[in-house]
Design a protein around this ligand. Structure first.
Ligand code: SF4
Length: 147
């Protein structure tokens, strides 16, 4: 019988793919899915390299966009394409564990900023939103579920 499959944010698995070149490995996540086929996911590192400029979710004209913190470049479409390409290759999965607070991966925990970079509310990163639509039957969780 084939194994169940889980998408996990690559930084939670120990990959050095964070914007600052660090990881956020969470051993209890890896342990919880040791019987699963793990599908690592990181949309930012392949696009922008590591280390890279930090990005944030910023509300612009009533829309949530992904913008680089210093150079103010809107990278929303780039990320969207990267995530859609991942989904085309990914196939079906049984579970999804994403990194909290990230502008890409955060699920209901990501700061949404205004143009002055003040926090308006907490929402989801671009990948979490796309996954939510694509995998309607799966409950997305983050690493805090496993602490
Ligand atoms: S939070 Fe997501 S985008 Fe950011 S480093 Fe981890 S896997 Fe990559």
């Amino acid at each position: 019988m084939s194994k169940k499959r889980v998408i996990i944010s690559a930084c939670l698995l120990g990959e050095l793919c964070r914007y600052d070149g660090a990881t956020k490995r969470v051993g209890s996540v890896v342990e919880a899915f040791r019987e699963y086929e793990i599908v690592p996911f990181c949309p930012e590192a392949p696009l922008f390299g590591t280390p890279r400029e930090r990005i944030s979710v910023v509300e612009l004209g009533g829309e949530e966009r992904i913008v680089t913190d210093v150079t103010q470049k809107d990278v929303t479409e780039l990320l969207q394409r990267e995530i859609e390409t991942f989904l085309q290759k990914c196939g079906g999965v049984d579970a999804i564990v994403l990194k909290s607070k990230s502008p890409s991966c955060g699920y209901k925990t990501t700061p949404v900023l205004n143009e002055k970079r003040e926090i308006l509310r907490y929402g989801s990163g671009i990948a979490a939103k796309i996954f939510q639509k694509q995998f309607r039957e799966i409950k997305i969780v983050d690493e805090t579920t496993f602490f």
